[in-house]
Ligand binder design. Structure first.
Ligand SMILES: CC(C)(COP(=O)(O)OP(=O)(O)OC[C@H]1O[C@@H](n2cnc3c(N)ncnc32)[C@H](O)[C@@H]1OP(=O)(O)O)[C@@H](O)C(=O)NCCC(=O)NCCS
Length: 177
């Protein structure tokens, strides 16, 4: 089921009310999807001297792509990759530099958790960059195991159990990654 765009918050500036933050699913292969790839490339790959390969992007067709816009401008995006009937991996959260520190990362995370819960997923896992661990901890994610290197920089496995809602997809505790 394709979930239509919904406003998730209204960022209030000191003087004026800004455009609402609207989060939605983006379909793989569309112009909107290509915009999210450009944002992820700018924030997550180019600073490390890396780039996405065509094979890597083709493999994303079975993932969910979620994005938030403000006033029509792409502000943030991430990827949710199903791992099993109950567990989904969050990947490549990127908030555009001009939009950082305004609660948009938090909004997209909240939208993504609802999105996953509605599809029966019970747990989100991720490989979090060490510099972003504090952000995820604020949102209830817990670090697990030791530091490891991915895309040349230190990461940690983090997890969060999603409570309630949606159809059952198997119970029990955390599955190993
Ligand atoms: C890390 C990132 C996703 C945060 O998004 P954001 O929209 O700037 O964050 P928000 O404004 O929603 O912040 C929510 C809370 O987390 C805190 N926070 C934000 N970034 C943080 C960080 N790197 N470490 C610790 N806390 C952080 C904020 O201070 C805020 O706290 P508060 O609610 O107590 O005020 C964003 O800065 C980003 O895209 N960075 C570059 C790419 C990246 O590192 N992605 C993560 C890959 S794992």
């Amino acid at each position: 089921m394709f979930i239509p765009a919904i406003p998730v918050s209204h960022a209030i500036s000191a003087m004026n009310e800004e455009a609402p933050t609207v989060c939605s699913e983006v379909r793989h292969g569309t112009d909107e999807y290509r915009q999210t790839v450009a944002l992820r490339d700018e924030l997550l790959r180019r600073p490390l001297g890396l780039k996405f390969s065509p094979e890597e992007l083709a493999q994303e067709k079975d993932s969910f792509h979620l994005a938030c816009r403000q006033g029509g401008t792409l502000a943030a995006c991430l990827v949710l990759e199903p791992m099993s009937a109950r567990r989904i991996q969050m990947r490549q959260l990127a908030v555009a530099a001009d939009f950082q520190g305004r609660g948009i990362g938090r909004s997209l995370m909240g939208y993504s958790e609802s999105f996953a819960r509605q599809r029966g997923y019970r747990e989100i896992v991720m490989h979090a960059r060490e510099e972003a661990v504090g952000f995820y901890e604020k949102l209830g994610y817990r670090r697990e195991g030791g530091r490891f290197t991915e895309v040349t920089i230190p990461h940690f496995v983090m997890r969060k159990t999603l409570a309630g809602g949606g159809e059952a997809a198997g119970g029990g505790g955390a599955e190993p990654l």
